[in-house]
Design a protein around this ligand. Structure first.
Ligand code: SAM
Length: 264
């Protein structure tokens, strides 16, 4: 329980800290079935490039192919935890990039998002490589030092207590493991910022109404981006959680940033 009177933001509204998660959950219950389609529509497909950059940074080990069967070497095992992984997009990409030893676990607080992911995994015959599990980023249901990499894409700004989620990501990483966080950021290109605001506050909620029948859910998503810490402030939060060699790279004029830190 948060101390009485402790508030946080839900988009541009102030809400009691303990109420935020339920409000976030309502948003993702509402959008789950159309979530992936909306990502393509809203970003014009750009989210695929941003996620590709994340997967390149995860760099799961690959099998070594060879015409000579004796020289073929399956890659070592590699365990990824994708927190707030929703419908499994990051896990599917890492599984495709990695070798036979790559395993991914998707943990998300929302059963509807996970259900869409499970159906996609079954369609692709990836049930063995990817596990879907209900859980809270603030209290991960995994032992210490159990993953080679931990990712979170467009998820952390929805978590009420970001410091707890960062501490948990650090706790479950093996020594030498990498944490990667893809999140919307602050546009830093003059001209693009005004255009981006116009698009975000007008077009995205209208798209949400047309495609999902819920403009409010997408208004929250746009507002929550504006409330998320700037990359240098977020890098400080990562250091406070124990991550080392913390760095970030802005993409597409600062629309998103890829944050990286290591457990050393
Ligand atoms: C914008 S979606 C991102 C989904 C996926 N990572 C992607 O990139 O497509 C945000 C996800 O965060 C999840 N989420 C929100 N709060 C959470 C929490 N406390 N713990 C775990 N997942 C959470 C939501 O249920 C939702 O699936």
């Amino acid at each position: 329980m948060a101390p009485a009177g402790k508030d946080t933001h839900f988009g541009f509204r102030q809400v009691p800290l303990d109420d935020k998660q339920a409000l976030v959950d309502d948003v993702f219950h509402s959008v789950a079935r159309r979530y992936d389609l909306m990502n393509d529509l809203m970003s014009g497909g750009l989210h695929r490039l941003w996620k590709d950059t994340l997967v390149i940074a995860v760099d799961p080990p690959r099998d070594r192919p060879s015409a000579d069967p004796a020289a073929r070497a399956p890659a070592r095992s590699f365990a990824l935890l994708d927190v707030a992984g929703g419908t499994g997009d990051i896990a599917f990409r890492v599984a495709a990039a990695g070798g036979a030893g790559t395993r991914a676990t998707v943990v998300d607080i929302n059963a509807d998002m996970l259900q869409v992911g499970k159906e996609r995994a079954a369609e692709r015959g990836l049930d063995d490589a990817i596990a879907f599990l209900e859980g809270n980023a603030e209290a991960l249901p995994f032992p210490d030092r159990s993953y080679d990499a931990v990712t979170i894409a467009f998820g952390i700004r929805n978590v009420p207590r970001i410091d707890k989620a960062l501490a948990e990501a650090h706790r479950v990483l093996r020594l030498g493991g990498r944490f990667l966080c893809l999140e919307f950021s602050a546009v830093d290109v003059p001209g693009l910022d005004a255009l981006y605001d116009l698009y975000s506050f007008n077009v995205i909620p209208a798209l949400g109404r047309a495609v999902v029948g819920d403009a409010e859910a997408y208004r929250y998503l746009v507002e929550s981006i504006r409330r998320f810490p700037r990359p240098d402030a977020f890098a400080e939060m990562m250091r406070a959680a124990g991550f080392r060699r913390v760095a970030f790279q802005r993409m597409t004029g600062g629309i998103v940033a890829l944050h990286s830190g290591w457990r050393l």
